[in-house]
Design a protein around this ligand. Structure first.
Ligand code: HEC
Length: 170
């Protein structure tokens, strides 16, 4: 009786797991061309940002094999879409609504998200590296902030519609 129940549960989980692989969401994995980066205050700041931020805040996301496996693929898609919408280091020629908060987010330990270095050990920042990145992001923002409004004069909304049209946003 118990074995039948366990087998039933295992089979159900397998069927659900196989079934969710058919959901098309989260497979596009777009990396639109990088347009313009900030004028980094130093190569070191860029190196740290690439390590700890670029997977979610640039158009140079690395999509590992498991990014094809639901439900991980869904989580990653949502992270990258929301991350790029707030701050995209590859689109520094466009307004970035959260750019002014980037150093603070790192300082307070809110970014990168706590789970991220667990799955991406390379993204782990020591306290010294964190301090270095905070100073570097502050200096970079001070010297090279993104524009306050879109260069086209049409504002941020237009940029988003264009992104949607190019398939950068779902
Ligand atoms: C694993 C993905 C991921 C990584 C890595 C990551 N972020 Fe984020 N970040 C996000 C997401 C998702 C959001 C949108 C927050 C939300 O919608 O709750 C965000 C939001 C932000 C914001 C806006 C503040 C907020 O809370 O909305 C800033 C600033 C930011 N990130 C900076 C950084 C910096 C700097 C790094 C690197 C040190 C970094 N992030 C690394 C996913 C990430």
């Amino acid at each position: 009786m118990l074995r039948g129940l366990v087998l039933g549960i295992v089979l159900t989980v397998l069927v659900i797991f196989a079934g969710i692989q058919l959901v098309p969401f989260g497979r596009r994995h777009t990396n639109p061309p990088a347009r313009q980066e900030p004028a980094w205050d130093s190569p070191r700041t860029r190196e740290l940002a690439v390590r700890a931020c670029y997977d979610c805040h640039s158009n140079e996301t690395e999509w590992p094999w498991y990014s094809n496996v639901a439900p991980i693929s869904w989580v990653m898609q949502i992270d990258v879409t929301n991350g790029r919408a707030d701050l995209n280091f590859s689109r520094w020629d466009q307004p970035q609504r959260e750019a002014r908060n980037m150093a603070q987010e790192v300082q307070e330990g809110d970014m990168p998200p706590a789970y991220y270095p667990l799955v991406h050990p390379g993204a782990h920042l020591t306290q010294a590296e964190r301090d270095e990145l905070v100073r570097g992001l502050q200096a970079t923002f001070a010297a090279s902030p993104p524009p306050a409004t879109a260069a086209t004069g049409a504002g941020e909304t237009r940029g988003r519609d264009e992104e949607a049209a190019r398939g950068e946003r779902p």
